[in-house]
Every structure is written in C-alpha cells, then in structure tokens.
Design a protein around this ligand. Structure first.
Ligand SMILES: [Fe+2]
Ligand SMILES: [Fe+2]
Length: 497
C-alpha cells in the first residue's frame, strides 16, 4: 500500500514538473524531453561529495539557476527573440543532445590523465553537440549552447576552470565555422579547423599549468582528434537526425533545390502552368527573404513545392487551362471544395516524400484560412445565403516569416499575371492593395512580419517583376466579397484565389 502511494507521489511529481515546463511555452513532448534532461543534469550536479549540507544546498541552488537559464534560452517563448520560435522536433533534439552531453560529463568527471594535466573537456563532445545544434537548428542557438553546456559542467564541479575554457573555445569555434556551411564536406573541413583551435587552447592551458613537456604531444594529439572526429561524426549523424525529425537543414534544402526530383518533374509535365507559377513564386520569395534577413533557401524550396497538391487535377486550376474552364460545368460549392483540397493533398504528398516540416508548413499555410472569393461570390448569387467557412481554405495563417513571404509571393504572382501594361507605379499600388487585403483579413498576424518588412518585400517584388513581367488579361478584382461577379461562368481570376 505504502509502495503504491510513493509510486503515485512520484507520478504526480513528474506530471507536475511536465506541467510547469509546459507553462513556459513547451508542448507535452518537449516538456517531457526537458524533464528528462533536468533529471540527468540534476544527478550530475549532485553527484559529487555533498556530505556537507551547505555544499549540497549551494549546488542545488546553482543547478536550479542554471537549468532555468537553460530552459529560457532553449524554450519556444524566448527563442522568438532570437529570430524565430523553435519547432517541437528542434526542442526535443536540443534536450536529447544536452542530456547526452551531461551523461558524457558524468562519466569523465573523475578522469585524471597525464597526472591530471590533461583538460577533461578534451574528451567531451562539446564540438560535436554544438555542430549538430548549429546545423540542425541554427548557429545562433549553437553559440548559446556552446556557452551554456560547458557552464553547466563547470558549475557542477565536474570540470575545472581550465577545462571550461578549452570547451568554450571548441564549442564557439564550431558554431562560428558552421554558420555558412553549404556542403556536407564543409563539416569535415570545419572539424580540422576545430582540431587546430582545440590544440591552441589546450596548449595555452598546459603552459599555464607548467605541464611537463613530455605530456604535450599526447595531450595535443587528443585535442586535435576531438575536432577532426567531431566533424566526421556529424557527417554520419546528421542524415539520421534530418530523417528522424524532418529538419530543414541547409544541406537538405540544397538537395531539394534540384528540380529533377520526381514530384517536380511530374508537376512540370502534368501542370506546366503551376510549375512556371511555382518557379516565379520562388524567385520572388527568395529575393524578398534575402532583403528582410529571412531564410531565403527555405522560402525558395517552399515555393517550389507549395502547389504540389495540384498535380493530380491540374485542369481545375486556371494557370493550366487554355481554352476551356472546367468550373463552368460545376456547382460553385464543388469548385471551392476542389480548389481547397490542393492544400491537403500537398501536405499528404510532402509527408509521403519526407519533406522537412518547415517546407510542409509552407504548403499548409500558403493560403492561410483565406476566403476563395470567386466561388463564394458565385455561390452567394446562386444560393442567396451560404456559410463563409465552406469557402475558406482549411489551413492556419503563416507562422513564420518565410511562410508569410511565400503567401505574399503566391498571391502577387497569380494576380499580377493579369495586369495589363504594368508600370512600376501600377505594380506598387497593385501589390500594396494585395498586401493590405492579406493584412486586413488577419493572414499575417502570426508571422512576425513588421510593416517595414512588408515595405521591403513590396519593393523587392516590384524589382523582380519588372525584370520578368509579361502582360496578360486584366485581373477582375472582387472589391466586395458579398457582391457576386456579373458572370460566375467566367474563369476564376487567379490561380486559386
Ligand atoms: Fe495554392
Ligand atoms: Fe500558388
């Protein structure tokens, strides 16, 4: 009975710990991963000789401060201040890597090699963990982790101040070197440079400690091995992490830039209009993201794949229609259902081909929950009273800047194709109106785009369109959503608006 009660108490303790971590903006899975890291690092902090109560309480207080600090840097709310919110797989990865690091610290804490002259951090995977975080999530978080994880090891008393310096040098150089890594081989090269940094920092520590000369060669050799081996291990671990967590690393995105993938080739052959629309959206989104400091590579790849849900029924989308509009023979309600379904089909195709989660989010959010005005107007005329929700896209408004830029590029490309004899002033006014409509209908409210960003995006779109533009038929703008168009039998105005 007593045993059952204590088990219940333990369960309650764990679930209230998960609830407490969830309140900082974590999901249940993230909170669970964080609590596991908490338990492991608590064991690490309290694993030393804590017989004296003052040492025990001092250590405990240091640990709590450290862990709260860690949670707020790694957590979703604070991460918004660092550029963007962390996704669930990213926080889980961060927790697992941190836990692995602390387990390694736990095992090497009493190691005394070469008469205690060797800094213990030379055999810690600081560079490996920081490299994985920098590539899988981003280099800014990699830099923070490079400072925080060795700090945890130092505060727990498992490594001394000299070892702490070597670990920070190793971690910080890993984050810096991988900032601009574009090819997988860059990781091996970075590993060699990290090895050199390790050798320099370890040599400085040995000099300060008056280390006997005969130990230098061995210790510096292991310092170099740590860097080189980290680069090679990252090369092996990364594809596993990319596939398991569907992360949009630079390397994965560069692979997806290849327009020869089966799905893009199918898009080109079965829906040539959608294909050329997607390429143009990619040009617009990439240029704009470059200017607002967003992830231009993610925006380009997201634009390539945003309309893959149209592959199976391309003839229902105006950009693929030549003479006949299939919607002429359909009820507006059925037409809207077909148009809406390309988002869901796109998500399914993206998942089936293992696209990164960030790219799938762009597919899911590229129309937000906006209204398909043309068919809503047509249904209003035909039925008199219709539910607006039946004519809205089923997605969420974009939650990242890249996703919002693709949405704006999509609507801009589709609408400006119909603009006759465009001038720079007409384009600016026209795009400004499209942006205002998206803003007014709440489609940009969760994306963290500022008004200044929107002005920059507009100028960037105008510049790109002036270079690529070719005029087509006039765009029949629906000024009032509750005013049906004169003839619903005409083709819808834009690709799928
Ligand atoms: Fe679309
Ligand atoms: Fe589109």
């Amino acid at each position: 009975m007593k045993k059952n009660n204590s088990r219940e108490d333990q369960k309650n303790l764990v679930s209230s710990a998960i609830d407490a971590v969830k309140s900082t903006g974590f999901s249940k899975k993230q909170a669970a991963a964080t609590v596991i890291s908490f338990v492991i690092s608590a064991a690490l902090f309290l694993s030393g000789k804590n017989s004296e109560p003052n040492i025990f309480f001092g250590r405990s207080a240091q640990f709590l401060l450290f862990f709260i600090f860690f949670i707020f840097f790694a957590g979703r709310r604070f991460a918004g201040m660092l550029g963007r919110r962390r996704t669930e797989p990213e926080v889980v990865l961060l927790s697992i890597l941190s836990a692995c690091y602390f387990i390694a610290v736990f095992f090497v804490r009493n190691t005394k090699m070469f008469d205690g002259y060797m800094p213990v951090s030379i055999i810690l995977p600081t560079a490996l963990v920081v490299m994985l975080v920098s590539i899988s999530i981003d280099a800014r978080l990699g830099m923070i982790i490079a400072l925080i994880l060795p700090l945890g090891a130092f505060l727990s008393g498992c490594i001394n101040a000299q070892s702490y310096i070597v670990a920070i040098a190793s971690g910080a150089s890993s984050a810096l070197l991988l900032r601009r890594a574009r090819r997988r081989m860059d990781m091996v090269k970075a590993g060699v440079v990290i090895g050199v940094v390790n050798v320099i920092s370890a040599a400085s520590v040995l000099l300060i400690q008056n280390c006997p000369f005969q130990f230098y060669l061995y210790i510096l050799f292991w310092a170099a091995v740590n860097g080189v081996a980290s680069g090679m291990l990252v090369l092996g671990f990364l594809p596993v992490i990319e596939n398991a967590l569907h992360l949009a690393t630079t390397f994965r995105l560069i692979e997806l830039l290849d327009t020869g993938t089966p799905v893009l080739r199918r898009l080109e052959s079965s829906a040539p209009g959608t294909y050329s629309h997607s390429m143009m959206v990619a040009n617009l989104a990439e240029a704009a993201c470059n200017e607002i400091g967003g992830n231009a590579l993610l925006a380009r790849v997201g634009a390539y794949y945003h309309d893959i849900g149209k592959i199976d029924h391309p003839e229902y989308f105006v950009e693929n229609q030549k003479l006949y509009n299939k919607h002429n023979e359909l009820n507006p309600r059925l037409s809207a259902t077909i148009i809406r379904s390309h988002v869901k089909l796109g998500i399914e195709k993206g998942r089936a081909m293992g696209l990164p989660n960030d790219v799938i989010s762009i597919i899911a959010e590229h129309h937000g929950n906006s209204l398909i005005k043309w068919f809503y107007s047509a249904a209003l005329k035909k039925e008199g009273n219709v539910n607006m929700e039946d004519f809205c896209y089923p997605g969420n408004p974009p939650r990242s800047r890249e996703s919002a830029v693709v949405m704006l590029a999509d609507v801009t490309e589709a609408a400006t194709r119909t603009l006759e004899k465009p001038t720079v002033a007409r384009l600016e006014k026209f795009i400004g109106d499209l942006f205002s409509d998206k803003y007014a209908t709440g489609q940009l409210s969760e994306s963290a785009l500022t008004f200044r960003d929107m002005e920059t995006i507009k100028s960037s779109f105008v510049r790109v369109l002036v270079g690529f533009y070719h005029s087509r038929i006039e765009y029949p703008k629906v000024s009032k959503i509750d005013t049906p168009p004169a003839s619903p039998s005409s083709p819808p105005p834009a690709s799928d608006q």
